[in-house]
Design a protein around this ligand. Sequence first.
Ligand code: BTN
Length: 254
Amino acid sequence: MNLPPPAPADSAKVSYLAGWKLKEYAEVDSTNFVASRLPAWQAVRADTQTAGRGRFQRKWVSDAGGLWLSAVVPTPGDREFWQTLPLVAGLAVLEALKSFGLNHARLRWPNDIMVGHKKLAGLLLDMFSPELAVIGLGVNVSNQPADHDPALQGTATRLADLINPVPSLTELTEAVLFQLQKKMEIMVTRGFRTLQPRINARWGGTPRVVVDLDAEKREGIFAGVDDEGRLLLREDSGNLATLAVHQVKLLREV
Ligand code: BTN
């Protein structure tokens, strides 16, 4: 489990929306760290992050104008079951974006939000305690990530270049939290199987991928996920490999 740094003095603006208590800050280190100190159904948004975190210990550029949001959800009981949460959170974000007219965004396993081959948004899930997950979401909205990291030129995109009008950060926050709450309710009442077909419809076709496992790399056609969230890989031999989420370190589209 990750240990967050100690809490800063609290200067949050508090509001209640879509069943959530939302705390908003001008600047934090990482909204996931702030959320680590909160109970379920609370969320944190910040205008900027000084230590925004991406997957694989990468830095996440968090300049003003983007949506930097973390939401705390309960994950009681079966740990295996909750391993599907990154996929479900990705679907929630896609559906929130669709409500603003962005119809052609897609998922890249496990939970990047892509438009074509450019990344629009990323998710970072943390479990700071056994029964709570922090879903951290970064969406490029009107910020310019490539101005802060030239490596993002050509690989990142932002909502302002994709839809008009661009929703405000408040509207986006509300839509994402609304979708997250709905998806969590479905997970608890009807299970991941209910969401699996919708997730599988959003991978944007069947890309060729290389999958890094602990001790080997496997290549083939990404064929979605099964009803327990395991990744399906159609290898060139015709074999359909079923890979548990924890086995897969990294997936690259090639
Ligand atoms: C990735 O694609 O690598 C995941 C990026 C996740 C970024 C978000 S921004 C809000 C939350 N706070 C963080 O420090 N990271 C996540």
